[in-house]
Design a protein around this ligand. Structure first.
Ligand code: MRU
Length: 332
């Protein structure tokens, strides 16, 4: 596997050779590949790669299944919040079980095809999300987004940014305010970078500027992605999203969550059941190589928060636009 190392963007376009499960695990853990759908795709490909390598070592079908199980178990510990990771791994495990009677080589090939299908389906879902979302964007619309839920986070178009790309294809002039997204700056490093490359007008703001920008009447709609949407419509996304939702409500600006159904988690009744990843203190105290806090300071660093469904104007998935509380049950 070759993975674009997103931690080096925007300064450098560099790919890593993730030729072992441990390297794929590290790439996910360190956010070299990140964004819920992209994490799921990378994990599925990691499993397929492990299966292929077992065949190269001369493994039997049982050996391929054992390699699949071991890779899936390892990768499932990389990050806890994005449900797409577990969804993709479960799908690979199921395909392994259902094809256990194939020869080792045929089984490994089947697993590669499944990982590619997960990627291709994600690309199609993102485009559909874009088409539904673009119906909400008039010519001249201004979108505010948080973190990166664009092409870098998915197989192709992104989720929150997909309507922006579709609207641009339709000839509408749409522009974006990108929250910087402390502490790892996905908005500054990734969203601003990919929108500029696509020729979409983007304005970068620090997270703490969003209230003022909204108060000045500069934002028509907020579009964000999600890492997991609970059955009642509560949506986990990058830390800071909940604050943006509160600000949008205070300024009567519609706030939409955009995600493929692979991000829906019908088994988790409410957002309270979503595990929130905790990140290392250094990402706050010396992010990007410069110490900006006293040595030894106590740090709390949740990577995600949960926006309650009542603050969400609608959830946009590949099947359409739904009231938040109904989306997960409507598609199941
Ligand atoms: O920690 P990250 O960069 O993986 O967090 C990503 C987000 O929160 C995205 O908004 C979410 O995964 C949706 S990506 C289409």
């Amino acid at each position: 596997m070759r993975i674009l190392d997103q931690t080096k963007l925007p300064a450098e376009i560099d790919f890593i050779e993730a030729t072992t499960t441990e390297r794929v695990w590290e790439a996910i853990r360190a956010l070299r590949v990140r964004g819920a759908p992209a994490i799921g795709i990378a994990a599925a490909m990691g499993v397929a790669q492990a299966a292929g390598q077992a065949v190269e070592r001369g493994a039997s079908s049982e050996g391929v299944l054992a390699a699949l199980a071991s890779a899936a178990d390892t990768l499932s510990t990389s990050r806890p919040t994005a449900v797409n990771l577990f969804w993709a791994l479960d799908r690979m495990r199921r395909v392994g079980r259902e094809n256990a009677s194939l020869s080792a080589a045929a089984l490994a090939e089947r697993l590669v095809r499944e990982a590619q299908a997960i990627r291709d389906e994600d690309a199609a879902m993102c485009r559909a999300i874009g088409e539904h979302g673009a119906t909400l964007l008039k010519d001249g619309a201004v979108v505010l987004t948080h973190c990166n839920a664009g092409g870098l986070a998915t197989a192709e178009f992104g989720t929150a940014l997909a309507p922006v790309y579709v609207a641009a294809e339709q000839g509408k002039r749409v522009s974006v305010y990108a929250d910087e997204t402390r502490p790892l700056l996905q908005g500054a490093r990734l969203t601003a970078w990919e929108l500029m490359h696509a020729g979409v007008e983007v304005t970068l703001i620090c997270d703490n500027m969003a209230a003022q920008v909204m108060k000045e009447g500069r934002v028509d709609v907020v579009f964000v992605g999600a890492d997991r949407i609970a059955a009642n419509g509560d949506a986990a996304n990058k830390i800071g999203t909940y604050g943006v939702a509160l600000l949008a409500r205070a300024h009567q600006i519609p706030f939409y969550v955009l995600a493929p159904t692979s991000t829906f988690d019908a088994r988790t009744p409410t957002g309270d059941g979503i595990t929130i990843e905790q990140r290392a203190a250094e990402e706050i105290t010396e992010g990007f190589g410069r110490r900006t806090a006293p040595v030894g300071v106590k740090v709390y660093s949740p990577a995600f928060d949960v926006t309650p469904a009542p603050l969400i104007s609608g959830i946009i998935c590949e099947k359409g636009i739904f009231p938040a509380a109904e989306a997960v049950t409507a598609v199941n």
